[in-house]
Write a protein that binds this ligand. Sequence first.
Ligand code: ATP
Ligand code: MG
Ligand code: MG
Length: 559
Amino acid sequence: EEKRSLSFVEQLVEEDLAKGKNGGRIQTRFPPEPNGYLHIGHAKAICMDFGVAEHYNGICNLRFDDTNPSKENNEYVENILNDISWLGFKWGNIYYASDYFEKLWDFAVWMIKKGLAYIDEQSAEEIAAQKGTPTTAGTPSPYRDRPIEESLALFEQMNTPEAVEGSMVLRAKLDMANPNMHFRDPIMYRIIHIPHHRTGTKWNAYPMYDFAHGQSDYFEGVTHSICTLEFVPHRPLYDKFVDFLKEMDGSDTPLDDNRPRQIEFNRLNLTYTVMSKRKLHQLVDEHFVNGWDDPRMPTICGMRRRGYSPESVRGFIDAIGYTKFDALNDVALLEASVREDLNKRATRVSAVVNPVKLVITNYPEGQTEEMEAIDNPEDENSAKHTITFSKNLWIERDDFMEDAPKKFFRMAPGKEVRLKNAYIVMCTGCTKDAEGNIIEIQAEYDANSKSGMEGANRKVKGTLHWVSADHCLKAEVREYDRLFNVENPSADERDFLELLNPESLKINNEVYVEKYLAEKKPGDYLQFQRIGYFMLDPDTTSDHLIFNKTVGLKDTWAK
Ligand code: ATP
Ligand code: MG
Ligand code: MG
């Protein structure tokens, strides 16, 4: 592991270790709700949860927080597992909050019997209206002091198929005047009749997040329950429920160290995107993007498809670090991390994205040569592949100027340029159509100037990439821009859908790539030399190659 300074979370963990808490054992968990795909914000939590466990030779388990059947399903579970593996992390066990429904039920019954919980038959609106404000006490529910036996019977009823959704809830009987609003008789259970992805129709009453999360941590023996800052005000309640659990367990020291410790860090927010699952669902469901793995999405699967490496995502998260203050992170920093990592691993290839013909007039018609191309000059032991050279080539239209200024070091009549991995050529002219568009450029090659030959050593400023017109493949390139037009769509008063960038996807169907690319697969990191990083898209078929532009070589957004 690289040397780096400890995050404040790790410092707290080390304090606990120094005190001998939990016998030196470290156990964390990553607790996704299987109601959507993981995004880069989740990656930040994953790096923390798994990172702490790894660093202190502990264990990080997965726990699917599946206490609300309405939006959860197994498709999400499968994809979450896949994404975590792709990021490079290994979990210990896989748990589900739904594994604890029985235990949570028994705990709730124990609370009712202790006079610590009651059934409230008011509507959600009535309950909300009685909450009060942080500076004024709430109003106690008229059901607050109902007999224990009545609550017990109604709790049983809540869990029957006949129970009407919204007709009653189970509430903890805590403190309607507590300045912490979460203590004002929080809801523990509500009625939901949607079948659960694992328990089917067995349950009709489901625990709320606050009545499931800390308890699940406790049941599993989690030592450090690391989460994001919005849970800071939930922490006293988290601890309170664990106190009650320990009391039920018969622990005579309810405040001893055998309890999970909740620690909160700042969420990751990225410029020009949204991260809320509700909004991401809407983008997918209403077809503003082409699925969860659309390369414009901030999802892990979208980034993977776009061509980001797991190392670059992790490098970015390391770079932004963990603090106690919410911030908006610049997506340009993520892209810089992608470039830095792909520079080390991408195979350099030739692709012409805005093609114009170049004819080498003194090169024999029908002759070809296999030129050697180094896959990655950043790697001393790099492999090589070959690229076919011939009389008729494609080069970039922008690499030619008929009336070039002095500082233009690319192709212009009377000037020499080097063709990458091939010869030095002298431009002799161009041909135009009736409208004056350049349709062909001509040049003569120096047969003694091939790489490695004596004639190759003279000073020529420009080096251009090319592909042989008769030995290349036509491809589609999908180029992506920001999904949203504003830096922080979530802070804007307009609806986020109005802020979508209508030009976030540009399709270029006339790209010529070297033949070697026919062998490539999604997952192979490529650099189209002088253009950017690319990856084959899984939509590719045997006669239609499609590449996603991962990121350009330079930050074109920099001001
Ligand atoms: P949403 O609120 O949009 O539905 P969520 O945060 O509830 O998403 P979960 O599946 O519950 O999604 O998240 C699992 C874990 O990932 C939680 O511990 C949560 O704190 C963390 N997490 C989610 N989003 C971010 C983020 N943007 N930055 C850091 N951690 C995050
Ligand atoms: Mg959640
Ligand atoms: Mg949430």
